[in-house]
Design a protein around this ligand. Structure first.
Ligand SMILES: O=P(O)(O)OC[C@H]1O[C@H](O[C@H]2O[C@H](CO)[C@@H](O)[C@H](O)[C@H]2O)[C@H](O)[C@@H](O)[C@@H]1O
Length: 247
């Protein structure tokens, strides 16, 4: 089944960013937004009456910068921040991350291949350039999180990320689904990572469909081979739906 088959005017579309809309890159700032992607998102958002949101581990301001001039409804930092379709910003309560940050920074000081990303409400320790340090990073971050009340650890693609226990992509999607223009629609969520599984489970509980991009076990009912395949489907869906709207 293609994305175009899944979408009708009464659908709500939720999209992950890294590994779904854009290819994974060696560093967080090295991702490339291919030509035409912004136009496809804009056209589909229009077709869906504005019920299209980005659900990312990145801060919303980074998503805005990558997709400018588009400014979509969005959840950032794995649901720790959310901007509604009306532009209202909601922040999930965060917990002290000083200990996690100190542990991550100390590790990275010993090996320049490690990278610490400090976000509002989360600390990410990237080991993409040092895959041999995965266990060291996991052990250190797990221990640091155990000593940080209210904080949980996510294992993403070559990254361990400490974030507020009360925030998740599933919670963010559910919050959107209680508000216009998402309320009453059938949700579709497309993502690629283990961190997206809670989003797939959430939309499927709400009678919607999860779509997993790439390989790996998943609870999602549908699968697309790669971000490149997904972008092609997005473009095709945007073109087909725009044609229908014009007819
Ligand atoms: O939820 P997402 O939109 O998929 O964001 C998840 C994380 O994406 C970024 O890290 C990942 O992508 C980088 C660029 O491709 C890659 O270098 C890194 O190894 C990946 O983990 C971002 O830096 C994180 O803040 C996001 O949480």
């Amino acid at each position: 089944m293609t994305l175009s088959d899944l979408l009708v005017p009464s659908s709500a579309l939720f999209l992950d960013f890294d590994g779904t809309l854009v290819d994974i890159a060696p560093e967080p700032e090295a991702v490339v937004v291919p030509a035409g992607l912004v136009a496809s998102l804009e056209a589909l958002g229009h077709y869906l009456g504005g019920a299209l949101a980005l659900i990312s581990g990145r801060p919303i301001e980074q998503i805005d910068a990558f997709l400018q001039p588009l400014c979509l409804p969005a959840a950032g930092v794995h649901g720790a921040e959310r901007r509604s379709a009306a532009g209202r910003l909601t922040l999930v309560m965060t917990h002290p991350l000083d200990h996690v940050q100190a542990v991550a920074v100390t590790l990275a000081a010993d090996d320049p291949r490690l990278r610490v990303e400090v976000k509002r409400g989360s600390i990410a320790l990237h080991f993409r350039q040092a895959p041999d340090l995965e266990t060291t990073c996991r052990d250190a971050m797990e221990a640091a999180v155990r000593e940080s009340p209210g904080v949980t650890l996510l294992a993403g693609k070559m990254v361990f990320e400490a974030k507020p226990g009360g925030a998740s992509k599933g919670h963010a999607i559910e919050a959107f689904m209680h508000e216009p223009p998402f309320v009453g629609r059938r949700p579709v969520f497309v993502g690629d990572d283990i961190t997206d599984e809670v989003g797939f489970a959430t939309v499927q509980r709400l009678q919607g469909i999860g779509v997993k991009v790439g390989e790996g076990t998943t609870v999602a009912w549908e699968r697309i081979a790669s971000p490149e395949h997904f972008r092609k489907q997005l473009q095709a869906a945007a073109a087909a739906k725009s044609r229908k709207a014009d007819a």
